[in-house]
Design a protein around this ligand. Structure first.
Ligand SMILES: Cc1cc2nc3c(=O)[nH]c(=O)nc-3n(C[C@H](O)[C@H](O)[C@H](O)COP(=O)(O)O)c2cc1C
Length: 185
């Protein structure tokens, strides 16, 4: 049986990046629990053609492949750093290049990082409506991580770890057959 595919996008161009670390941890746990194949992208990988693209056709072949891989995945994990209480402009610019109908009904797990806890509702007030526009099926639990919970770019808080597990458990809502198959093993 072909494995279902998870594609993750971290909306950061920093290396190392807390957002990449968070998304990697979410993808790893989803892979362990459900057997997804996983692919992870960040803005650095998408590269400079994004900066000047006025439409998807202006992206270079590499960036177009990433966009295609993202929209065709069975499950998407989105991670965004918080900039000025919202997602970074360049991340939004990439999302702006996605066809409005390409994510209809797509399961999307939302996550974000931020310097402190003050903007923890960024996942609900910024990311969820953005993917609501696409009529995507965002998972009920979204994960926000403050810098203090990602020591040396690793999950270092039990609370964050539990929130990641909760969000990963929500994946079973959209893939009940995967959960049943695993339970039967
Ligand atoms: C331009 C800029 C604006 C930021 N604005 C906020 C903010 O409004 N709220 C917040 O909690 N953190 C803010 N931060 C901190 C980042 O969200 C935080 O350090 C994040 O984990 C960085 O992710 P990264 O390591 O993946 O790049 C900001 C950082 C930058 C560079």
């Amino acid at each position: 049986m072909t494995k279902l595919r998870l594609a993750a996008l971290a909306g950061s161009y920093n290396r190392p990046s807390r957002t990449v670390s968070l998304v990697q941890e979410i993808a790893k746990r989803a892979q362990q629990r459900y057997g997804f194949s996983t692919e992870l992208f960040d803005l650095e990988q998408i590269g400079p053609s994004l900066n000047v693209a006025q439409g998807p056709g202006d992206l270079d072949a590499n960036a177009r492949r990433i966009l295609q891989s993202l929209v065709e995945a069975d499950l998407i994990v989105i991670g965004s750093p918080t900039y000025k209480g919202s997602y970074p402009g360049l991340f939004k610019h990439f999302i702006d290049l996605i066809d409005p109908n390409a994510l209809r009904g797509k399961p999307i797990l939302l996550s974000a990082t931020g310097g402190g806890e003050r903007h923890a509702l960024m996942v609900e007030h910024q990311l969820r409506p953005l993917f609501g526009f696409f009529m995507a099926s965002t998972l009920p639990t979204a994960v926000y991580a403050s810098n203090a919970e990602l020591t040396d770019y690793r999950v270092s808080s039990e609370g964050l770890s539990a929130r990641i597990d909760e969000a990963v458990a929500d994946i079973s809502i959209f893939f009940p057959s995967l959960s049943t198959a695993l339970a039967a093993e």
